[in-house]
Design a protein around this ligand. Structure first.
Ligand code: RAM
Length: 880
């Protein structure tokens, strides 16, 4: 099973809508906004096809809720404009394209009016058990007493329902929940409800359970675990436990619709009963422990006797924090079979061949009752072939299973996630394992491949690190006791992420948390979102995610609402930096200033980096204000100009040298237009000579790495960019690949020939930030971009970079309009370039050639730079 691949481009004789979305989500349940945005993509094989109008109809059953009438224009989205939506209702919708086809989809509403909540937060009553005390001293990570972790709770209630035509359940937890109805698991989401800033926003999910409801009484059950709410969190592991609350809580509301149109509403309350069960503990970092001998057979079915269970305690009835879930849930998206099994002193180490975030499904045969099986997870093997776990720090990443003693039994943890390629199984020898990769199920949007195996492995590593780290929030790493939403990592990687997957909904949710966490008075933005390390905020390049993320999402998806929602936050952030740095050199209020984090062997001036980011944030804020017609545009545009002047005055000498003279310093200044035109060539020359002097080796860290490809190629040095891409000496991407990496390493020196493993204090083998080169593979090498000023790919720019050791490169990408693709191939002295432009787009194609007069499209001479409408085109040109 692997559903994380790009779907075939639909082929269509006339304009055909596909990929229908509501609020950027495919068939969402729980839409909570009164005016959802409906959108679609278009396909057509006819050249020059462009939509001229569309009509959307929305139905509630047979009742027409909205008919937009024919709307002229090329839009591929519309905001719902019909009768007010009703909560807990299925709306089907249809879009019809003028002179084209139509397509259908649906969305379900959640709770549209806060006063419709009729459920209480319920929890285990601590009176029935001694309170859980987290261990006080965690300085010695291996001494964590997982045995003292609290047991997850099982909740249930029997409901007598009148016959219903539809039954839905809105469910959430402070903690993690798994919902069960009449013996069945409900939904395919994992780690629900996901992680948000729980103090202000707890997302809920809505499920249609009509098919699970029979005639008799109904059993609704839920298992609750600590998760991010009350489990280990961040690098203090258990110290950070109970960050949000002491014990998990459940909130659930069932709404049944009857044939006469009436509704029955049942919410969690003190009538629910709860107890512990086979799940002895479950913790995101530590792992899970399950004793199958303690199974409550049939506990989620109506006939079960729960008289020994305790009544649940009503914790509170605060509905103000409840928000609809706005992003795709975490799901298991791929199963991986072992590629190798290594026996070691009674233990077995299984290699999945791929570093993933997820868990193992273990099937045991012939285990004795009470047999204890242990699963330990690691990303690497030691030199002598044992499991390497030092880099996990205090994250135990260990699951325990106590067998029931059945001929065959299966265990799969539910409330934990590990970052691993290897799993060590001990305690029973006759077993099978399957690796189950899980992550936020953002739809695949792009793919890239080339003639070079190492470059392809690099893209595979980038994609896997994205998958493994987009687990409800964009995290830095999936394995050690950290897994936090570091803001720089997210903003630096965002352009790459957008090519790989449709992350519009995913980042919309994260940005909401970023805004929640921003200092309401001062405007400082935290270094991690959700904001769990409250002492850390305002770091240059980290906190600037507040401007970079909304602006980039707007560029890619063309949805202005992200700017509308974010402009006040962008402004407050820039104002904060300016207030503390009136001379416009960002020296003060730099928080934990990480600089060009994990740079290789050099130190980029922190003030240079910070001030470049200050200029960028002011610039993006000005641009956002301009798009929205906000009068603050003038102020931020002026500020940006003045910061640029201050930058040059302070850091740039008359020969174009920038303080510190590092690659990242030049890259930042060139990428963000901080140099006067006459100094650009000199600055480029300094950058190039630094690279050449080092034998064409990079020194960049998090802040500079993404800029290497774009800046070098924009200034006529694609050869150098390619040299770095193909390099496999230290430090380079290829160095890790040569060592067998299947994900992007956190640091260039994660492992080196000289020293072996890098510093155990911080050495993840699955960190996407240095993989931010991915955007250049799509946008540079394959040439899929858009013109300056174009948003949502209305004006694509196809400008491939033929070079390096590549014979061909190919990329496809689902823009908001439809499929954009390019494939180039060298064939003797010829270059062939195939491109595909979505309907409604006006593209500019730069055909690479060494002889502009040789360029042909389907045999007809054309300009080397030509404008084309939608459709497929086949260019040839002379090369070499
Ligand atoms: C590390 C994180 C992250 C980085 C911060 C500064 O702990 O892994 O990648 O942004 O430090």
């Amino acid at each position: 099973m692997n559903h994380w691949t790009l779907a075939e481009s639909p082929s269509a004789e006339k304009l055909t809508p596909y990929d229908l979305r509501c609020e950027h989500l495919a068939t969402p349940s729980g839409i909570g906004v009164p005016v959802p945005r409906l959108s679609w993509r278009l396909a057509s094989d006819r050249r020059g096809d462009a939509p001229t109008g569309h009509r959307v109809k929305v139905h509630n059953g047979d009742v027409l809720a909205w008919d937009s009438g024919w709307i002229d224009g090329q839009d591929v989205s519309v905001d719902y404009g019909g009768a007010p939506l009703t909560s807990f209702t299925r709306y089907t919708w249809q879009v019809e394209v003028r002179d084209g086809e139509s397509a259908q989809s649906w969305f379900d509403t959640g709770v549209l009016h806060p006063d419709e909540w009729a459920a209480a937060w319920i929890a285990h009553d601590p009176e029935t058990e001694p309170p859980f005390e987290p261990p006080k001293d965690d300085r010695e990570p291996r001494t964590i007493r997982t045995s003292s972790l609290p047991a997850p709770r099982y909740f249930r209630r029997i409901v007598d329902l009148r016959p219903a035509t539809a039954v839905r359940i809105a469910c959430t937890a402070r903690g993690l929940y798994e919902l069960r109805v009449n013996g069945h698991r409900v939904g395919d989401g994992e780690l629900t409800p996901g992680w948000t800033d729980y103090r202000q926003r707890v997302p809920y999910q809505v499920y249609d359970v009509t098919d699970l409801v029979g005639d008799g009484p109904l059993c609704v059950g839920a298992v609750l675990a600590d998760g991010w709410w009350s489990g280990s969190l961040g690098w203090d592991g258990r110290q950070q436990a109970q960050r949000y609350g002491k014990t998990p809580q459940l909130l659930l509301q069932l709404v049944a619709e009857h044939a006469d149109g009436s509704r029955t509403v049942i919410g969690t309350d003190g009538r629910w009963r709860e107890t512990t069960g086979p799940l002895r503990y479950a913790d995101l970092l530590m792992g899970e422990s399950y004793d199958a001998r303690l199974e409550h057979d049939g506990w989620d079915l109506p006939g079960f006797d729960d008289s020994t269970w305790a009544p649940a305690r009503v914790a509170d009835t605060d509905h103000s924090v409840l928000v609809p879930s706005v992003a795709e849930p975490v799901r298991v998206t791929q199963d991986l079979m072992p590629v190798e099994t290594i026996a070691r002193d009674g233990r077995t180490i299984v290699d999945l061949g791929q570093n993933i975030a997820g868990r193992i499904r273990l099937t045991l045969r012939g285990a004795e009752p009470g047999a204890r099986v242990t699963l330990r997870h690691g990303e690497m093997l030691t030199a002598d072939g044992d499991l390497y776990t030092e880099n996990l720090r205090s994250a135990e990443a260990t699951d325990h299973y106590v067998a029931a003693g059945l001929p065959e039994e299966t265990f799969e943890p539910r409330f934990t996630v590990h970052g691993f390629r290897y799993v060590e199984v001990s305690g029973h020898a006759d077993f099978d394992v399957v690796g189950r990769a899980m992550h936020s199920d953002t739809p695949v949007a792009g793919e890239f491949s080339s003639s070079d195996a190492m470059v392809n492995q690099l893209m595979s590593n980038i994609r896997w690190s994205q998958r493994d780290n987009f687990v409800s929030v964009p995290t830095d790493c999936p394995q050690r006791d950290e897994r936090l939403g570091w803001t720089a990592d997210a903003q630096v990687f965002l352009p790459t992420a957008c090519y790989n997957a449709d992350v519009a909904a995913f980042f919309t949710g994260w940005l909401a948390d970023l805004r929640c966490a921003q200092d309401a008075v001062g405007g400082a933005v935290p270094d991690v979102v959700p904001h769990v390390m409250t002492e850390r905020n305002g770091a240059p390049g980290w906190a600037d995610a507040a401007t970079v993320v909304p602006w980039h999402l707007y560029q890619v998806y063309g949805d202005e609402r992200v700017l509308r929602d974010s402009l006040p936050s962008m402004r407050r952030w820039v104002d904060h930096v300016e207030r503390h740095n009136p001379d416009l050199i960002w020296r003060n209020k730099v928080g934990s200033h990480y600089g060009d984090w994990l740079q290789a062997g050099v130190t980029t001036s922190r003030e240079v980096m910070a001030t470049a980011y200050f200029a960028l944030s002011a610039d993006l804020t000005a641009k956002a204000a301009q798009v929205l017609g906000d009068p603050s545009y003038e102020r931020y545009a002026g500020l940006r100009t003045r910061i640029g002047e201050a930058f040059v005055r302070e850091f740039v000498s008359s020969d174009g040298r920038i303080t510190g003279d590092t690659q990242t310093a030049y890259l930042l200044a060139l990428a963000h237009g901080l140099l006067p035109d006459d100094l650009v060539p000199a600055a480029v020359a300094h950058l190039v000579s630094d690279l050449e002097r080092r034998g064409r080796r990079l020194t960049t860290g998090f802040a500079g790495v993404a800029l290497l490809g774009p800046v070098l190629s924009a200034h006529g040095h694609a050869d150098l960019a390619y040299a770095l891409l193909h390099d496999d000496r230290y430090p380079s991407w290829g160095y890790s690949i040569k060592r067998g990496a299947t994900t992007i390493w956190e640091r260039w020196d994660g492992w080196t020939e000289e020293s072996g493993f890098g510093p155990v204090a911080m050495n993840s083998f699955n960190h996407y930030t240095l993989g931010s080169v991915g955007a250049w593979l799509y946008g540079g090498v394959a040439g899929l971009g858009q013109e300056e000023g174009s948003v949502g790919y209305r004006r694509p720019l196809i400008r491939p970079l033929v070079g390096g050791m590549l014979r061909w490169a190919s990329a496809a990408y689902e823009t908001p309009l439809g499929r954009l693709a390019s494939r180039w191939e060298l064939d003797g002295g010829m270059l062939r370039l195939e491109v595909q432009i979505p309907p409604g787009a006006q593209a500019t194609v730069h055909v690479p050639t060494t002889d502009p007069a040789s360029v042909r499209e389907s045999g007809t001479p054309v300009d080397q730079v030509c404008r084309v409408g939608s459709g497929s085109y086949s260019f040839t040109s002379a090369w070499g």
